[in-house]
Design a protein around this ligand. Structure first.
Ligand code: PEP
Ligand code: MN
Length: 338
């Protein structure tokens, strides 16, 4: 249920409405827009049918939200949310944010070198996993805290922000300490305990779409984080499983305009994991920008032959530099910037 308040509603009237909701044991979430303020209500909505809030001073109308996700919907918040990532970088506005780095953190020297590559071409966020969700238990599982330390050192040297994947609720203190953005990977998109835990954090969360999840599943997962109090949720389309095998996953380019119309949250495209091969990555990244993505997260490597993970899809530094130029031109063509 959404309570739309009248323009010029007084603080006293809002307090009175909130007191009533509390009495009914309903949880309010306030969204202050430029033109109107709305209160989202979570809990047993049937109580509001018995106690019509339309009668309260300051209330314009009470609406049922048609979608199963509520707080992340455009009905709750009609303007696109701009999320502060840190160091003056925001996502969801006119400027498109580029995140680049290796799939996984390998050595200290390589982390610092790739941070320089990312920065030189204009990325503002460094990506890299220290805890890796590998399909095989025999594969490299990540450097753990040591990898986070390398990332933090790279941030200090370059000023880039850090996005890195968290897989276990017990690791939250480590991520609070080292990360700027907590990534929830595709395999954990429906790990609801993990979602609730990062929902209690104040760090922005980059939530990747599960490889076999619908857009509705995706938005419900975002709702889990949002309703815990963390409103800094960024969605990431990274390809879904289809019958096609020539690419690693099928990038659902159509999900971008759909998400942008259904939710106020920013949307990022990962062109690397759907491509699977570096030759296909630039086209998918360019398509992502053209389709309206608010950010791109892309894997890069200076020596893919040595890469511990996802070498075949990593862009070489010069390819990344060229792609940045191409994306800049596309951004300008659609009235945006990188
Ligand atoms: C990654 O970003 O390296 C990763 C593992 O991605 P995904 O969760 O989308 O597979
Ligand atoms: Mn990867």
């Amino acid at each position: 249920m959404i309570i739309v308040l009248k323009q010029g509603v007084s603080d006293k009237q809002v307090a009175h409405i909130l007191a009533k909701l509390k009495e009914l044991k309903l949880k309010p979430l306030i969204s202050k827009g430029v033109e109107r303020t709305v209160i989202g209500v979570i809990g047993d909505e049937s109580k509001l049918r018995v106690q019509p809030l339309e009668a309260f001073a300051g209330v314009e109308k009470v609406m049922a939200v048609q979608t199963p996700y509520k707080m992340v919907s455009r009905e709750f918040h009609d303007k696109a949310s701009e999320i502060k990532l840190g160091k003056g970088v925001t996502i969801g506005g006119n400027k498109i944010v580029v995140m680049a780095g290796p799939c996984t953190i390998e050595t200290r020297a390589r982390t610092l070198a790739l941070a320089e590559v990312a920065k030189k071409s204009g990325a503002t966020v460094l990506r890299g996993g220290a805890f890796k969700p590998r399909t095989s238990p025999y594969d490299f599982q990540g450097l753990g805290e040591l990898g986070l330390k390398y990332l933090a050192e790279a941030r200090k040297k370059t000023g880039l922000l850090i996005v890195t994947e968290m897989m276990d609720v017990r690791d939250l203190p480590l991520f609070e300490k080292y990360a700027d953005i907590i990534q929830i990977g595709a395999r954990n998109m429906q790990n609801y305990n993990l979602l609730k835990e990062v929902g209690k954090s104040h760090k922005p969360v980059l939530l990747k779409r599960g490889m076999a999840n619908t857009i509705q599943d995706f938005l419900m997962a975002a709702e889990y984080i949002y309703t815990q109090g963390n409103h800094s949720v960024i969605l990431c389309e990274r390809g879904i499983r289809t019958f096609e095998t020539t690419t690693r996953f099928s990038l659902d380019i159509g999900s971008i305009p759909v998400l942008k119309s259904k939710t106020h949250l920013p949307v990022v495209v990962d062109p690397s994991h759907p491509a699977g091969k570096r030759a296909y990555v630039p086209a998918l990244a360019r398509a992502g920008v053209a389709a309206g993505a608010d950010g791109i997260i892309v894997e890069i490597h200076d020596n893919p032959e040595e890469a511990v993970c996802d070498g075949p899809q990593a862009l070489l530094p010069d390819m990344f530099a060229t792609l940045m130029e191409e994306m800049r031109r596309i951004a300008v063509a659609i009235g945006r910037q990188i």
